[in-house]
Design a protein around this ligand. Structure first.
Ligand code: IPM
Ligand code: MG
Length: 361
């Protein structure tokens, strides 16, 4: 029996998370797996009720779950200073990562062949890419010392990037483990010509690499890596990097595949506890219209089976059910091409229904 805590998220959050739940229920029925859901209040929903975006009662509920399924948190850009939304990142998103020590963040980019024309990058460059970004998530500049001081030149603010050997080693091991089941290459990305923290990453990761002689370790500076990701993304298999560089590179990488509405992420701590969420935001402009693409959230369910429940059969089944839905020509608005008569434009719910149908076949 697995208990999945559901933090539905804001705006399109409940709509797309609802489709992931439908797919999880279908998988549960098909494989007689044993899944139970627990809805947990957080973000806007919690603020409206308790004046807090991540109340203690919700944290306690999260602790009683095996994994968390999270929708996007956040409000519209024009309300960024509204007290309801201004504290979402530092009041809810980062604390969730830190409290549960979710130090490994996984984001993947794969080409989905039916959608290849949606990418702004040339077809032959992206055809066949399969990249797994392993981003450190609970340290580095996001959580380093920070402050503000007065200087003769006005206020000065600082954020410190720091990493210790333990933090680097534990995520490096994971990256090599994942690489063993893939193309056996890890590319470490840093800025070791400037930052001593990057030099430490190179040293520690170099030591760990000796335990994995089957895996090739490569190193790239962040500036070059940002360029290589567009020029020749097929050279990457597992990308290992810091919190800040991983944040930037993962947005860049998502562009390769066409729509940001397609991608899930996993944030994993010790002992398989994980938080699964789309990589995109809450899209207030299309909320409540049954228009959002639920694929990112549905694929969170797939990642959950793979990385927390260690069941690749169900994970692949979910992924294949999504791909089959694309092959059959179903598209939500973001991926619809009205000039292609073979495509059928559907809403969030109808797309989810098709995925369920394919899964149960
Ligand atoms: C991400 C997001 C977050 C981050 C924000 C919302 C705090 O951009 O998950 O990539 O910077 O980590
Ligand atoms: Mg980001």
């Amino acid at each position: 029996m697995k208990k999945i805590g559901v933090l539905q998220g804001d705006y399109i959050g409940p709509e797309i998370t609802g489709e992931a739940i439908k797919v999880l229920e279908a998988a549960d029925k098909k494989y007689k797996y044993g899944i139970q859901f627990d809805f947990i209040e957080a973000s806007g929903e919690a603020y409206d009720k308790y004046g807090e975006v991540l109340p203690n009662s919700s944290i306690e509920k999260c602790k009683s779950c095996d994994v968390l399924l999270k929708g996007p948190f956040g409000g519209p850009p024009e309300l960024i200073n509204d007290p309801k939304w201004s504290n979402i990142e530092r009041g809810a998103i980062l604390p969730l990562r830190k409290i549960f020590n979710l130090y490994t963040n996984l984001r993947y980019v794969k080409t989905i062949k039916e959608l290849i024309n949606f990418s702004n990058v040339k077809r032959d460059v992206i055809d066949g890419i399969d990249i797994l970004i392993v981003r450190e998530l609970v340290s580095g500049i996001y959580f380093g010392e920070s402050g503000e001081r007065q200087t003769p030149y006005g206020r000065e603010c600082y954020n410190v990037e720091s990493y210790n050997e333990h933090e680097i080693a534990r995520i490096a091991k994971r990256a090599f483990e994942y690489a063993l089941n893939r193309k056996r290459k890890v590319t470490l990305i840093g800025k070791s010509n400037i930052l001593i923290s990057s030099i430490l990453w190179r040293e520690v990761v170099g030591e760990i690499a000796k335990e994995y002689p089957e895996v090739v370790l490569d190193y790239m500076h962040i500036d070059n890596a940002s360029m290589q990701l567009i020029l020749n993304p097929k050279q990457f298999d597992v990308v290992l990097t810091t919190n800040m560089f991983g944040d930037i590179l993962s947005d860049e990488a998502s562009v390769l595949s066409g729509s940001i509405g397609l991608f899930p992420s996993a944030s994993i701590g010790e002992n398989d506890f994980g938080l699964y969420e789309p990589i995109h935001g809450s899209a207030p402009d299309i909320a409540g219209k049954n228009m959002a693409n639920p694929v990112s959230s549905i694929l969170c369910a797939g990642m959950m089976f793979k990385y927390s429940f260690h069941n690749t059969e169900i994970a692949n089944d979910i992924e294949n059910a999504v791909n089959k839905t694309f092959t059959d020509g179903y598209r939500t608005a973001d991926l619809h091409d009205k000039n292609d008569p073979s495509l059928k434009k559907v809403g969030t719910k109808e797309f989810g229904d098709k995925v369920v149908e394919n899964l149960l076949k």
